[in-house]
Design a protein around this ligand. Structure first.
Ligand SMILES: Cc1ncc(COP(=O)(O)O)c(C=O)c1O
Length: 447
């Protein structure tokens, strides 16, 4: 085992030179300095043992401490750590992983482009849909519609696509060409709901109205997460996505499905879109493809989009790619990770443990501050409200519950007023019950 070189206090002091994501210094007063981890448990340099109910950042799907992935990574690095995938070059792991993933999400998604993460994947998708319309002779079709409470990453374009307002101040002006419509949130729909209309119908109508308002001849794509994660674990009603797909077809708008959280078993199926059969034109992924053991993401494109890239003249080349596109060690880890997900039946475990988790969390609905419990597989959310009648979101209380859980050895994540729970897919029944018990006792003490 690799020993930490410095004691906890020194590490905390040195970490002050480290600019963290979404940085606020208050969060670094007593940070978890995580030194090692096993299964669903993380261990810190000051002796804390915490059940990681967030699988890192929704991504350590096969759990911590797996020994096969480091071996595969080391073997690949010894042979070939890196070479470029530009200019007619490739590597065996990149070729094999692209081949393995062909048709996995949908029969028409047979081509994969690799990135290092989800934001790069979504930026690649935005550029590719614009490229596609340029190649169709419709360069004016460049706008991207996304949804409120949608999270698509942190690069300049992905920030503009993200529909969570707190990500926007201080970074303006945002990239042009992005607009947001209401999320299909059955508990808290913010759009216009007409008498007799379901939330799914209203949210789909909002898409049609936005396409018409912008002008269909200017709209390139609509981007969706199957289940909106960072925006509050929002599960759409079943009548929403069939309407979305039909509208995209009617107005020739490409559908980008962001599977960065939902992919690779998180919701109990290989991809979140398999719950609703979205037929993506582009599917973006990251996180669970390597269970976080190495950084990897990417996009899969439809055969029709691939055709436009293949048939380009030299001056129309798809001029896009990253140094680390198709990184050999990351792709080797991705391949082995897919094998482990399959071999260990982790999708089935995600379904079974997800049901157990949801059943346990549903019992919390007896507390007056629990507005809703929702989710699919091991992607769950518990929404904290001031009271059940008003449904007013209680963000400070959600933060207090998050902190109290952490003090008792359970790590969740407060996304707005919702406590998200997204543990490794290797979690067992006893550990699921521990999550429910700790959260229940914390909520009991808060109430
Ligand atoms: C749905 C979704 N898309 C994109 C991203 C961005 O991925 P990354 O942080 O790897 O750039 C995230 C990150 O949480 C995400 O949840």
């Amino acid at each position: 085992m690799i020993e930490a070189l410095l004691d906890h206090a020194t590490l905390v002091e040195h970490d002050r030179r480290h600019l963290h994501p979404l940085h606020h210094p208050a969060q670094l007063v007593n940070p978890l300095v995580v030194e090692r981890a096993e299964g669903v448990w993380i261990y810190t340099t000051d002796g804390r043992r915490v059940l990681d109910g967030m699988a890192g950042l929704w991504n350590v799907n096969i759990g911590y401490g797996n020994q096969e992935l480091p071996e595969v990574a080391a073997a690949q690095m010894r042979k070939l750590a890196f070479t470029s995938n530009f200019a007619g070059m490739t590597t065996p792991p990149a070729a094999e992983l692209a081949y393995r993933m062909a048709g996995m999400a949908h029969p028409s998604l047979n081509t994969t482009f690799f990135t290092s993460g989800g934001s790069e994947a979504n930026d690649s998708a935005f550029k590719t849909v614009r490229y596609y319309w340029h190649r169709q002779g419709q360069p004016e079709k460049f706008k991207i519609i996304s949804r409120q409470a949608g999270y698509h990453g942190i690069t300049v374009a992905a920030t503009a696509a993200t529909g969570i307002p707190r990500y926007h101040p201080m970074f303006g002006p945002l990239a042009a060409g992005f607009s947001h419509i209401p999320a299909p949130n059955p508990y808290r729909y913010t759009g216009d709901l007409q008498p007799g209309e379901t939330v799914g119908q209203a949210a789909a109508r909002a898409l049609e109205e936005e396409i018409l308002r912008q002008g269909p001849e200017t709209v390139a794509a609509f981007i969706v997460e199957p289940i909106q994660g960072v925006g509050g674990v929002i599960v759409p009603p079943d009548d929403y996505f069939p309407r979305v797909r039909a509208l995209c077809d009617r107005y020739a708008v490409l559908l980008i499905v962001d599977e960065v959280i939902c992919g690779f078993g998180r919701t109990g199926l290989w991809f979140g879109e398999h719950h609703w059969h979205l037929r993506p034109d582009i599917l973006t992924f990251a996180k669970g493809i390597t269970s976080g053991y190495l950084p990897l993401g990417g996009m899969q494109i439809s055969d029709a989009i691939r055709e436009t890239i293949d048939s380009a003249q030299p001056q129309e080349i798809w001029m896009h790619g990253f140094t680390y596109s198709g990184h050999a060690a990351a792709c080797a880890v991705g391949l082995k990770n897919l094998e482990i997900l399959e071999r260990e039946n982790l999708l089935a475990n995600s379904q079974q443990m997800g049901e157990r988790l949801k059943t346990g969390l549903h019992k919390l609905l007896e507390f007056p501050i629990i507005g809703e419990v929702r989710g699919r597989g091991l992607l769950c959310g518990v929404e904290i409200v001031k009271d059940k009648e008003s449904r007013e979101a209680d963000i400070p209380k959600a933060l207090a519950i998050y902190n109290a859980c952490l003090a008792r050895g359970l790590r969740l994540r407060n996304v707005g007023a919702t406590l998200a729970c997204s543990p490794p897919l290797v979690i067992n029944a006893e550990e699921v019950d521990q999550i429910v018990d700790i959260l229940g006792s914390v909520i009991d003490s808060v109430c």
